[in-house]
Design a protein around this ligand. Structure first.
Ligand SMILES: Nc1ncnc2c1ncn2[C@@H]1O[C@H](COP(=O)(O)OP(=O)(O)OP(=O)(O)O)[C@@H](O)[C@H]1O
Length: 317
């Protein structure tokens, strides 16, 4: 039995479709990612799974409980960390944790073992009002509060958004530890690098699933020869790469441009370098690279809807 199952779930807010016919299953003990930009429908899915919102169509279960029929049971088996800071800012760290334990008719002492590693990092601040904690500490406290009733399934909505790089790394390490204890984790993130840390991911866009697979399979399925291209001036570089006759797509990727070609060619890098130099670029570096999940995501988006930023609809020269 899957730990989380969505079957043909749809939800609109008025005339705005938020989630469109989504079906997916998360296995017990899995670390599963919902990956997508703002507005992809991640929060809506979490709200449906946590029984806070009713879907317009479809069915969903968590730990075998139906989200509509068995909503009380679900609230006991699910730990939920909403996207916005959801704790009581005027209560101290310790008071927040005690409060959440009391809501679930348990005590901090009873389940301390599960949160111990995380709570120990908070212990020096246990008498501080939670509203006065740093972003990373707030996030750790929210995780402790979501865990204090020993949930079977942990639902985490963008837990690392707005958190510094070190805290993000620590947070993913904590998720690995929780997974090792058998907790099923569904985590959403807009950060593609975090997708790689999940066992499987669903890539979402505008309320629809583009693809569900392991990070490795998603990367391996990328179909085009891909190059990272650098030159002294980024903006004209992107323009010229988009006009390159063999270009399939091109977009900024960190400090480089990623260019995919329509077909492989043994001398592709040399030809591209000559083309760019001929167009007045200096400091040109062209390197073949493996596709990341972000490249796969961009490609799936382009297949779905050619964007004005891709080279798909650029005339070949
Ligand atoms: N209460 C609401 N009323 C109207 N539209 C909404 C409401 N909540 C969400 N939406 C819309 O539904 C779509 C999906 O939003 P949702 O919050 O589920 O996405 P998300 O992937 O979590 O993104 P974000 O990180 O921005 O919350 C978006 O177009 C959003 O504008």
């Amino acid at each position: 039995m899957p730990a989380v199952e969505l079957l043909n779930i749809s939800k609109s807010y008025g005339t705005t479709p938020a989630v469109r016919d989504i079906s997916l299953a998360v296995e017990a003990g899995e670390l599963f990612g919902l990956i997508g930009p703002d507005g992809a429908g991640k929060t809506t899915l979490f709200r449906i799974l946590t029984t806070l919102l009713l879907a317009d169509a479809g069915t969903a279960t968590v730990a075998g409980h139906d989200v509509v029929r068995d909503f009380r049971a679900i609230r006991n088996v699910v730990g939920y960390m909403p996207g916005k800071f959801s704790l009581y800012p005027d209560l101290t760290v310790q008071e927040n944790l005690e409060f959440f334990a009391a809501v679930f008719r348990t005590t901090v002492a009873e389940n301390y073992e599960l949160v111990k590693d995380i709570y120990e990092q908070l212990a020096p601040f246990k008498n501080r009002r939670s509203g006065a904690l740093s972003g990373g500490m707030k996030q750790k406290l929210a995780l402790c509060c979501a865990l204090i009733h020993k949930p079977q399934v942990l639902l985490l909505d963008e837990p690392t958004t707005g958190v510094d790089a070190v805290s993000r790394q620590e947070f993913w390490h904590m998720l690995g530890t929780l997974k090792a204890r058998g907790i099923t984790i569904v985590v959403s993130t807009p950060y593609m690098d975090e997708a790689a840390l999940c066992e499987r991911v669903a890539l979402l866009q505008e309320g629809q699933v583009l693809r569900i697979d392991t990070p490795a399979a998603l990367r391996a399925a990328y179909p085009w020869p891909l190059y990272a291209v650098r030159a002294a001036r980024m903006h004209p570089l992107l323009q010229d790469l988009r006009a390159y006759p063999a270009a399939h797509s091109c977009y900024a990727f960190g400090e480089a441009a990623h260019l995919s070609l329509r077909q492989p060619a043994p001398d592709a890098a040399a030809r591209l370098t000559a083309y760019l130099t001929g167009h007045g670029h200096t400091g040109v570096v062209v390197e073949p690279v493996e596709a990341t999940i972000e490249d796969t995501f961009m490609d799936l988006l382009a297949q779905r809807q050619p964007s004005p930023n891709s080279a798909h609809d650029q005339p070949a020269q």
